[in-house]
Write a protein that binds this ligand. Sequence first.
Ligand code: ARG
Length: 264
Amino acid sequence: MTRFLMCSPDYFGIEYEINPWMRLSNQSDPVGARAQWQELHHVLTGSLGAAVELMEPVKGLPDLVFTANAGYVEGDLFVSSAFKHRERQGETPYFDSWFQSHGYRVRKLGPGCIFEGMGDALPLGDTVFAGYRHRSEVCSHGALGEIIRRRVLSLELADPYFYHLDTCFCPLDGSSALYFPGAFDSYANQAVREAVPDLLVVSEASAHRFACNAVVVGQTVVTNTGCDDLKHPLAARGYELRMVDLSEFMKSGGSAKCLTLRLA
Ligand code: ARG
Protein backbone atom coordinates (compact mmCIF):
# COMPACT_ATOMS: atom_id res chain seq x y z
CA MET A 1 0.00 0.00 0.00
CA THR A 2 1.23 3.52 -0.83
CA ARG A 3 1.80 5.62 2.29
CA PHE A 4 2.24 9.35 2.63
CA LEU A 5 2.99 11.82 5.38
CA MET A 6 0.85 14.97 5.40
CA CYS A 7 0.30 17.83 7.84
CA SER A 8 -2.98 19.71 8.00
CA PRO A 9 -2.92 23.43 7.15
CA ASP A 10 -4.16 24.78 10.51
CA TYR A 11 -1.34 27.34 10.60
CA PHE A 12 -0.64 27.59 6.87
CA GLY A 13 -0.36 31.11 5.47
CA ILE A 14 1.83 33.49 3.50
CA GLU A 15 3.94 34.96 6.29
CA TYR A 16 7.16 35.63 4.32
CA GLU A 17 8.45 35.56 0.75
CA ILE A 18 11.09 32.91 0.02
CA ASN A 19 10.18 32.03 -3.56
CA PRO A 20 8.79 34.09 -6.46
CA TRP A 21 5.26 32.71 -6.00
CA MET A 22 4.92 34.06 -2.48
CA ARG A 23 3.62 37.61 -2.03
CA LEU A 24 2.65 39.01 1.33
CA SER A 25 0.07 41.02 -0.63
CA ASN A 26 -1.51 37.77 -1.92
CA GLN A 27 -2.68 36.06 1.27
CA SER A 28 -4.19 32.58 1.29
CA ASP A 29 -7.68 32.00 2.59
CA PRO A 30 -7.57 29.64 5.61
CA VAL A 31 -11.03 28.18 4.96
CA GLY A 32 -10.29 27.58 1.28
CA ALA A 33 -6.88 26.10 2.05
CA ARG A 34 -8.38 23.65 4.55
CA ALA A 35 -11.06 22.55 2.06
CA GLN A 36 -8.50 22.06 -0.73
CA TRP A 37 -6.12 20.12 1.52
CA GLN A 38 -9.01 17.94 2.71
CA GLU A 39 -10.01 17.23 -0.88
CA LEU A 40 -6.44 16.13 -1.70
CA HIS A 41 -6.41 13.94 1.43
CA HIS A 42 -9.80 12.53 0.46
CA VAL A 43 -8.69 11.70 -3.10
CA LEU A 44 -5.54 9.95 -1.86
CA THR A 45 -7.19 7.94 0.90
CA GLY A 46 -10.51 7.38 -0.89
CA SER A 47 -10.60 6.06 -4.42
CA LEU A 48 -6.79 5.79 -4.66
CA GLY A 49 -6.59 3.68 -1.50
CA ALA A 50 -3.41 5.26 -0.13
CA ALA A 51 -2.68 5.48 3.60
CA VAL A 52 -1.91 8.94 4.98
CA GLU A 53 -0.05 9.48 8.25
CA LEU A 54 -0.63 12.87 9.83
CA MET A 55 1.82 15.17 11.56
CA GLU A 56 0.68 17.64 14.18
CA PRO A 57 0.67 21.21 12.72
CA VAL A 58 2.71 23.81 14.64
CA LYS A 59 1.80 27.46 15.10
CA GLY A 60 4.42 29.77 13.60
CA LEU A 61 5.52 27.19 10.99
CA PRO A 62 3.22 27.96 8.04
CA ASP A 63 5.16 25.80 5.55
CA LEU A 64 5.15 22.62 7.68
CA VAL A 65 2.27 21.52 5.41
CA PHE A 66 4.88 20.93 2.69
CA THR A 67 6.05 17.61 4.10
CA ALA A 68 7.92 16.78 0.86
CA ASN A 69 10.69 19.00 2.21
CA ALA A 70 11.12 17.10 5.50
CA GLY A 71 13.93 14.95 4.16
CA TYR A 72 14.66 11.95 1.96
CA VAL A 73 12.94 8.67 2.83
CA GLU A 74 14.04 5.23 1.71
CA GLY A 75 12.84 2.17 3.59
CA ASP A 76 13.42 2.88 7.28
CA LEU A 77 16.06 5.52 6.56
CA PHE A 78 15.23 9.22 6.90
CA VAL A 79 17.86 11.73 5.76
CA SER A 80 16.84 14.98 7.39
CA SER A 81 16.73 18.27 5.47
CA ALA A 82 18.83 21.34 6.24
CA PHE A 83 16.67 24.24 5.08
CA LYS A 84 18.14 27.22 3.26
CA HIS A 85 15.83 29.83 4.75
CA ARG A 86 15.73 30.62 8.44
CA GLU A 87 11.93 30.85 8.08
CA ARG A 88 11.75 27.07 7.54
CA GLN A 89 14.62 25.88 9.72
CA GLY A 90 12.34 25.56 12.75
CA GLU A 91 10.50 22.69 11.00
CA THR A 92 13.43 20.28 11.25
CA PRO A 93 13.06 19.26 14.93
CA TYR A 94 9.37 18.42 14.34
CA PHE A 95 10.09 16.33 11.25
CA ASP A 96 13.03 14.58 12.94
CA SER A 97 11.00 13.72 16.01
CA TRP A 98 8.13 12.35 13.89
CA PHE A 99 10.51 10.02 12.05
CA GLN A 100 12.39 9.10 15.22
CA SER A 101 9.19 8.17 17.02
CA HIS A 102 7.94 6.16 14.04
CA GLY A 103 10.94 3.84 14.01
CA TYR A 104 13.05 5.44 11.28
CA ARG A 105 16.84 5.75 11.41
CA VAL A 106 17.34 9.53 11.29
CA ARG A 107 20.50 10.70 9.51
CA LYS A 108 21.96 14.20 9.03
CA LEU A 109 24.03 15.27 6.05
CA GLY A 110 26.73 17.07 7.98
CA PRO A 111 27.17 20.75 8.68
CA GLY A 112 26.92 23.53 6.13
CA CYS A 113 25.16 21.70 3.35
CA ILE A 114 21.69 22.85 2.37
CA PHE A 115 19.30 20.09 1.41
CA GLU A 116 15.51 20.30 1.05
CA GLY A 117 14.57 16.64 1.01
CA MET A 118 12.23 15.12 -1.54
CA GLY A 119 11.51 18.58 -2.91
CA ASP A 120 14.91 18.25 -4.55
CA ALA A 121 15.70 14.52 -4.61
CA LEU A 122 13.52 12.08 -6.55
CA PRO A 123 14.28 8.40 -7.17
CA LEU A 124 13.72 6.99 -10.66
CA GLY A 125 15.02 3.50 -11.37
CA ASP A 126 18.43 3.06 -9.74
CA THR A 127 19.21 6.77 -9.75
CA VAL A 128 18.20 9.66 -7.53
CA PHE A 129 17.60 12.79 -9.60
CA ALA A 130 18.61 15.79 -7.55
CA GLY A 131 18.11 19.51 -8.14
CA TYR A 132 20.31 22.33 -6.89
CA ARG A 133 20.96 26.06 -7.04
CA HIS A 134 17.84 27.79 -5.73
CA ARG A 135 17.48 25.69 -2.57
CA SER A 136 19.52 22.51 -2.11
CA GLU A 137 23.26 22.86 -2.67
CA VAL A 138 25.13 20.51 -4.96
CA CYS A 139 27.38 19.42 -2.05
CA SER A 140 24.36 17.72 -0.49
CA HIS A 141 24.08 15.29 -3.39
CA GLY A 142 27.35 13.47 -2.75
CA ALA A 143 26.59 13.23 0.95
CA LEU A 144 23.11 11.86 0.22
CA GLY A 145 24.51 9.32 -2.25
CA GLU A 146 26.96 8.04 0.36
CA ILE A 147 24.24 7.54 2.94
CA ILE A 148 21.74 5.85 0.65
CA ARG A 149 24.39 4.16 -1.53
CA ARG A 150 22.80 5.18 -4.79
CA ARG A 151 23.88 7.14 -7.83
CA VAL A 152 22.76 10.75 -7.51
CA LEU A 153 22.43 12.75 -10.73
CA SER A 154 22.86 16.48 -10.06
CA LEU A 155 20.67 18.78 -12.14
CA GLU A 156 21.04 22.55 -12.15
CA LEU A 157 17.74 24.41 -11.98
CA ALA A 158 17.71 27.62 -14.00
CA ASP A 159 14.34 29.31 -13.41
CA PRO A 160 13.55 30.65 -9.92
CA TYR A 161 9.82 29.87 -10.40
CA PHE A 162 10.85 26.20 -10.48
CA TYR A 163 13.04 26.37 -7.42
CA HIS A 164 12.68 22.73 -6.31
CA LEU A 165 13.14 19.74 -8.62
CA ASP A 166 9.63 18.49 -7.80
CA THR A 167 8.17 21.60 -9.45
CA CYS A 168 9.52 20.62 -12.87
CA PHE A 169 10.21 16.86 -12.82
CA CYS A 170 8.07 13.92 -11.72
CA PRO A 171 9.00 10.25 -12.10
CA LEU A 172 6.01 8.14 -13.19
CA ASP A 173 7.73 4.75 -13.00
CA GLY A 174 11.25 3.38 -13.37
CA SER A 175 11.69 4.70 -16.90
CA SER A 176 9.32 7.62 -17.49
CA ALA A 177 8.80 11.09 -16.09
CA LEU A 178 6.91 14.35 -16.49
CA TYR A 179 9.38 17.08 -17.26
CA PHE A 180 9.46 20.81 -18.05
CA PRO A 181 12.67 21.55 -20.00
CA GLY A 182 12.44 25.33 -19.44
CA ALA A 183 13.28 24.86 -15.76
CA PHE A 184 16.69 23.27 -16.33
CA ASP A 185 20.00 24.58 -17.57
CA SER A 186 21.25 23.13 -20.86
CA TYR A 187 23.56 20.53 -19.34
CA ALA A 188 20.84 19.34 -16.97
CA ASN A 189 18.44 19.03 -19.92
CA GLN A 190 20.96 16.88 -21.71
CA ALA A 191 21.51 14.73 -18.61
CA VAL A 192 17.75 14.19 -18.13
CA ARG A 193 17.28 13.27 -21.80
CA GLU A 194 20.09 10.76 -21.62
CA ALA A 195 18.99 9.22 -18.33
CA VAL A 196 15.21 8.88 -18.78
CA PRO A 197 14.00 6.70 -21.66
CA ASP A 198 10.47 8.14 -21.82
CA LEU A 199 9.98 11.84 -21.10
CA LEU A 200 6.54 13.42 -21.18
CA VAL A 201 7.33 17.06 -21.92
CA VAL A 202 4.93 19.38 -20.11
CA SER A 203 3.74 22.60 -21.79
CA GLU A 204 4.80 25.94 -20.36
CA ALA A 205 1.20 26.74 -19.38
CA SER A 206 0.75 23.48 -17.47
CA ALA A 207 4.22 23.75 -15.94
CA HIS A 208 3.13 27.08 -14.46
CA ARG A 209 0.09 25.30 -13.00
CA PHE A 210 2.64 22.96 -11.35
CA ALA A 211 1.72 19.96 -13.53
CA CYS A 212 5.02 18.35 -12.56
CA ASN A 213 4.23 18.72 -8.87
CA ALA A 214 2.17 15.56 -9.13
CA VAL A 215 1.45 12.67 -6.78
CA VAL A 216 1.53 9.32 -8.53
CA VAL A 217 -0.47 6.50 -6.96
CA GLY A 218 -0.52 3.37 -9.09
CA GLN A 219 -1.82 4.48 -12.49
CA THR A 220 -3.29 7.78 -11.26
CA VAL A 221 -1.52 11.14 -11.42
CA VAL A 222 -2.88 13.82 -9.10
CA THR A 223 -2.15 17.46 -9.97
CA ASN A 224 -3.48 20.97 -9.47
CA THR A 225 -6.29 22.08 -11.80
CA GLY A 226 -5.53 23.59 -15.21
CA CYS A 227 -3.24 20.79 -16.35
CA ASP A 228 -5.79 19.37 -18.82
CA ASP A 229 -3.30 18.99 -21.66
CA LEU A 230 -1.62 16.19 -19.66
CA LYS A 231 -4.70 14.04 -19.98
CA HIS A 232 -4.02 12.49 -23.40
CA PRO A 233 -0.27 11.96 -23.16
CA LEU A 234 -0.83 10.35 -19.76
CA ALA A 235 -3.67 8.19 -21.09
CA ALA A 236 -1.39 7.01 -23.90
CA ARG A 237 0.94 5.68 -21.18
CA GLY A 238 -1.88 4.06 -19.22
CA TYR A 239 -2.29 6.77 -16.57
CA GLU A 240 -5.37 8.64 -15.48
CA LEU A 241 -5.19 12.35 -14.61
CA ARG A 242 -6.99 13.54 -11.47
CA MET A 243 -6.98 17.30 -10.84
CA VAL A 244 -7.64 18.90 -7.46
CA ASP A 245 -7.88 22.68 -6.99
CA LEU A 246 -4.84 23.66 -4.91
CA SER A 247 -4.82 27.38 -5.71
CA GLU A 248 -4.37 28.42 -2.06
CA PHE A 249 -1.11 26.45 -1.86
CA MET A 250 0.09 27.76 -5.24
CA LYS A 251 0.24 31.16 -3.51
CA SER A 252 3.05 29.63 -1.47
CA GLY A 253 4.74 27.97 -4.45
CA GLY A 254 3.40 24.52 -3.63
CA SER A 255 0.94 21.96 -4.98
CA ALA A 256 -0.02 18.28 -4.65
CA LYS A 257 3.43 16.71 -4.46
CA CYS A 258 4.82 19.27 -1.99
CA LEU A 259 1.91 18.57 0.35
CA THR A 260 2.85 14.89 0.59
CA LEU A 261 5.93 12.90 1.48
CA ARG A 262 5.99 9.35 0.20
CA LEU A 263 6.79 6.86 2.96
CA ALA A 264 6.56 3.59 1.06
N1 ARG B 1 6.55 28.01 0.58
C1 ARG B 1 7.33 26.82 0.52
C2 ARG B 1 8.79 27.16 0.30
O1 ARG B 1 9.06 28.07 -0.43
C3 ARG B 1 6.83 25.91 -0.55
C4 ARG B 1 7.54 24.59 -0.59
C5 ARG B 1 7.13 23.73 -1.73
N2 ARG B 1 7.70 22.44 -1.61
C6 ARG B 1 8.17 21.69 -2.62
N3 ARG B 1 8.53 20.47 -2.34
N4 ARG B 1 8.31 22.17 -3.83
O2 ARG B 1 9.68 26.54 0.85
